[in-house]
Each structure stands twice: as structure tokens, then as C-alpha cells.
Design a protein around this ligand. Structure first.
Ligand SMILES: Nc1ncnc2c1ncn2[C@@H]1O[C@H](COP(=O)(O)OP(=O)(O)OP(=O)(O)O)[C@@H](O)[C@H]1O
Length: 230
């Protein structure tokens, strides 16, 4: 269970509050107007931003003061966090050891997850020699390898076409299930929220609201969300 307990955070003149719980293993979309604080919410979980007030707990453990590297969290952004000078296998291996000194079993595991995401035989390529979809698969392979309890995604597949995006969301759902991860995914696309996330956190008016069923929220959006969805 991921808990935002009385969270209040300020960035310049912007403030966000959050008092909500995400059950373990849940897949939750985060939607709301531009600048409403969706990325801010993820940064609080990743540890890149400290709240002014309140606590963040994971499985009952208070993680509010933990530095990002010590949090049981993986993050995926639109740019996929791939290093251009490293090979596919090295980019994935980073998920296990930042210094890339992998043991033989760890190296075998890298090969195995690359096969699982449909990239066998591409170990020695560099990201520039991959398609957008393949780059997304490399980033997902790293997530699969790390198998962290919490996965944060900030519009991870926004640059992909609709069909490819559907494939990636399906792969992501499979990985989340396999690793029993709790997933928070920021998206601007209501269809992504509907297909991937049974529940959605609406961020609007300085508040991150508790997750509610995605379908009914999008079918009958409150005024702020309605204006944004158009
Ligand atoms: N480093 C910062 N310093 C000061 N203010 C910031 C900083 N980063 C973001 N903000 C402000 O915090 C507010 C929330 O930003 P955030 O990026 O969380 O919104 P968002 O909902 O993710 O937006 P978008 O959908 O456009 O990506 C915005 O008003 C933004 O201007």
C-alpha cells in the first residue's frame, strides 16, 4: 500500500495537497490539466521533491526521508532514460548495477528479460539504431529486471503511434502483474487511462484526489477535468 498522509508541497506559488492511498499491486492513472501537479505527485514518491508537511509510506514504512536511490521505486519518462553510448544490454544491466559489473547469472538474466520483451539478438545495438517502440521495450526490460514494488511512469509512450502505444501498455500491464508492482501512470490520453488503469487519481485545483474508478470518472468528469478533456 502506498500512502500519502496529509501531504502538502509548495513549488513557488503552486501548492499541492494529497491525502490518499493506493492499494498494493494497483494500476492507477494520474490525470488532470497541464500544470495541475501530476509530475509533482510522482516526484514526491520518487524522492526528488520533499513535502513541506505530511508523510509518504510504502507497505507501512515511512519513506519520506529516504533519498531517491534508496527508494523501492523505478521511474520511466517519455525519453525512456536510455544512455546513447551504451548498448541495449548495458542499458538494461544498469537496472541491476550502475557500475555494470554484472555476474554471469545477472548477465543471463539481462538476456532473458530482453527476450521477454521481444528484443532477442539486439543486445549489442545502441539506442540510436532502434525504433521508438524498440527503445520503449529496452526501458521496460530494465523495469522488469529491477522488479521494484513501485513503478512511476510520466507519459512514457506519448511519442508512439496508437497501435504501438497499445502494445506497450499491454507489455507494461504484463510486467506490472509479473512483478506485483504498484503503478502510477501520468497520462494526457483518457483512452490510455481506460485501457490500463482500473482507477484514476484526478489532480486538479491544488489537490490530488483519492483514486476512483476510471470509466465513471471519464464518462462524467467534474468541471475542471471536463474543460481539459474538451
Ligand atoms: N522546479 C520548479 N520550480 C517552481 N515551480 C515548479 C517547478 N516545477 C514545476 N513547478 C510548478 O508546479 C506546478 C505543477 O507542475 P507539474 O509539472 O507537477 O504539473 P503537471 O500536471 O505534471 O503538468 P503537465 O501536464 O504540463 O506536465 C506548475 O504550476 C509548475 O509551474
Amino acid at each position: 500500500m502506498l500512502e500519502f498522509d496529509g501531504i502538502h508541497v509548495t513549488r513557488g506559488s503552486f501548492t499541492l495537497s494529497a491525502d490518499l492511498t493506493v492499494p498494493k499491486g494497483a494500476r492507477v492513472a494520474v490525470i488532470g490539466p497541464s500544470g495541475s501537479g501530476k509530475s509533482t505527485l510522482l516526484s514526491l514518491v520518487g524522492g526528488f521533491l520533499a513535502p513541506d508537511r505530511g508523510r509518504i509510506r510504502l507497505g507501512g514504512q515511512d519513506i519520506t526521508a529516504l533519498p531517491p536511490g534508496q527508494r523501492p521505486v523505478s521511474m520511466l519518462f517519455q525519453d525512456q532514460n536510455l544512455f546513447p553510448h551504451l548498448t541495449v544490454a548495458q542499458n538494461v544491466g544498469l537496472g541491476l548495477r550502475p557500475d555494470l559489473r554484472l555476474s554471469d547469472p545477472q548477465r543471463a538474466r539481462v538476456t532473458q528479460v530482453l527476450a521477454e520483451v521481444g528484443l532477442d539478438g539486439m543486445e549489442t545495438r545502441r539506442p540510436a539504431n532502434l525504433s521508438g517502440g524498440q527503445q520503449s521495450r529496452v526501458a521496460l526490460a530494465r523495469v522488469l529486471l529491477r522488479a521494484r514494488p513501485v513503478l512511476l511512469l510520466d507519459e512514457p509512450f506519448a511519442a508512439l503511434g496508437p497501435a504501438l502505444k497499445g502494445d506497450m501498455l499491454a507489455l507494461l500491464a504484463r510486467i506490472a502483474e509479473q512483478t506485483d508492482a504498484t503503478v502510477l501512470m501520468v497520462t494526457h490520453d483518457p483512452d490510455d487511462a481506460r485501457s490500463f488503469a482500473p482507477r484514476t487519481i484526478l489532480v486538479d485545483g491544488g489537490v490530488a484526489h483519492p483514486p476512483v474508478p476510471t470509466g465513471p470518472l471519464l464518462d462524467n468528469p467534474p468541471p475542471g477535468l471536463r474543460a481539459y478533456l474538451g
